[in-house]
Design a protein around this ligand. Structure first.
Ligand SMILES: [Zn+2]
Length: 113
């Protein structure tokens, strides 16, 4: 899961990203603890925040991979000229995209005490 937070330095305040294995804040607590302490990639200052202040983003990499697979499948289907399958294939990125959005939404909804 890709998580975003804003730099605490008032002169900076830029968005940063961290990558974690956790899919929700409870797992995140086990992974990195209740608070995180990260160095800003823009100004180098450390930001210490509660993990409830971390927000998930849909994984754009997975979405792009699914689009790529769709293109490859479309070409394969075109060669095989079974047109009805094309419609099915185009559903894949849409499903992947929706799944990614739902995953990020679920993460952001769940707060820990
Ligand atoms: Zn900064």
């Amino acid at each position: 899961m890709k998580l975003s937070y804003y730099c605490a330095a008032t002169s900076c305040g830029k968005i940063n990203y961290i990558k974690v294995n956790a899919d929700n804040r409870y797992d995140l607590k086990d992974e990195i603890g209740k608070e995180f302490n990260e160095r800003c990639k823009h100004c180098g200052k450390h930001t210490k925040k509660h993990i409830n202040r971390l927000y998930a983003e849909p994984n754009s990499k997975i979405i792009w991979i699914s689009i790529l697979i769709t293109i490859i499948l479309s070409i394969a289907v075109f060669i095989a000229s079974k047109k009805y399958v094309i419609l099915l294939v185009y559903g894949i990125p849409l499903i992947v995209w929706k799944t990614q959005i739902a995953k990020a939404k679920n993460f952001n909804k769940l707060m820990i005490d």
